[in-house]
Design a protein around this ligand. Structure first.
Ligand code: ADP
Ligand code: MG
Length: 325
């Protein structure tokens, strides 16, 4: 007998994620009730993943569940917010129990890890599409935004961007990496990204502007700079590319992927000179994994320089460059 909508919600989604004492009423009623702390601001974001557009058709269901939540957690990380509650709008071609088991398991594991409760949603049939709305809170007046940067400030990125893009290439069979462990590592970086929530929380008080890197470092640096009313210069030589990525695609392509590949979900943030010392003392770069990669500047646009000359990335054919240059 096919799984009914009510049974499906009950089996896979009711009570999933972390239990939270601030949710007196979750999945099962017409809407959820949430107790909001009075001294904090509510932070809300929403993101949709469409099969074939945001992940390849036939991706592992656990990865789809993980990524649908991870991309939202990453948005809250970029705001310096603490995630708390999520709603899931799920459109499915059919109620495949094994798929649902894996999907909800991937989503719930990440939700548990970040103390997020799944408090509601909607379930419909149609082409596979997942929308999650995340809600969280931030201490009043302390949220990070894209807007607070200024010329002269240092720009940093967390982690090793470019790996997820190589992982997607591997998933699409457009890239072959003979080393099995390296290939697995790169694929995992696409399939199971880690949102930098703890770093985002800690950057409050140090960073003047912050954005999460979802569409490629160069494009997203341009967005941060533009929102801050300035431009940005990235230094090609300082890009933090991982050894595995270099071994897989070579040093030049690794930097190109670091600049233009998507799906990293790292944080990009600006820090004014007087705060750099306290940042590196309180959040040691080796422990928190971030690297200085450039500087905000007065001239608008995003440029990459190598040994003092500007290099052109327009050949990479990513549309979003057009919008930030
Ligand atoms: P309504 O018709 O009143 O909108 P639904 O029958 O769609 O209610 O949903 C019943 C309950 O299950 C609601 O509390 C809703 O938030 C929740 N819900 C529905 N689909 C999901 C889902 N995919 N994940 C989590 N909760 C869900
Ligand atoms: Mg109702």
């Amino acid at each position: 007998m096919p799984l009914g909508e009510f049974e499906l919600i009950d089996r896979f989604f009711r009570g999933r994620g972390a239990p939270r004492s601030d949710v007196p009423l979750g999945v099962g009623d017409d809407a959820a009730l949430i107790e909001c702390p009075p001294d904090r601001q509510l932070v809300a974001a929403i993101d949709t993943l469409v099969e074939g557009a945001h992940f390849p058709a036939g991706s592992p269901a656990a990865s789809i569940g993980h990524r649908a939540l991870a991309v939202n957690l990453s948005d809250l990380a970029a705001m310096g917010a603490e995630p708390a509650w999520a709603l899931l709008a799920l459109t499915l071609p059919r109620a495949d129990e094994r798929w649902l088991e894996e999907f909800s398991g991937g989503l719930a594991a990440l939700a548990d890890g970040f103390q997020v409760a799944l408090v509601g949603g909607d379930t419909t049939s149609g082409p596979l599409c997942i929308t999650i709305q995340i809600l969280g809170t931030v201490e009043r007046g302390t949220a990070l935004t894209r807007r607070g940067g200024a010329p002269g400030e240092a720009l940093y990125v967390s982690g090793t961007p470019g790996e997820a893009a190589a992982g997607l290439e591997l998933e699409l069979l457009r890239l072959a990496v003979p080393d099995v462990r390296a290939a697995r590592h790169l694929r995992e970086r696409f399939l199971f990204p880690t949102p930098r929530v703890a770093l985002g929380r800690r950057l409050r008080g140090y960073a003047t502007a912050c954005i999460d890197v979802s569409d490629g470092l160069l494009g997203d640096a341009g967005k941060l700079a533009r929102a801050s009313g300035c431009g940005v210069e990235l230094d090609y030589e300082t890009l933090p590319v991982s050894r595995r990525l270099v071994e897989a695609v070579g040093a030049e392509r690794a930097r190109e992927l670091a600049l233009t590949g998507g799906d990293d979900y790292e944080l990009l943030f600006s820090v004014p000179a007087p705060r750099i010392e306290s940042l590196s003392r309180d959040l040691p770069a080796a422990e928190w994994c971030y690297t200085r990669i450039g500087t905000l500047r007065t001239e608008p646009g995003a440029i990459v320089t190598r040994n003092g000359s500007v290099i052109d990335f327009s050949h990479c054919g990513f549309d979003h460059f057009a919008s930030v240059r």
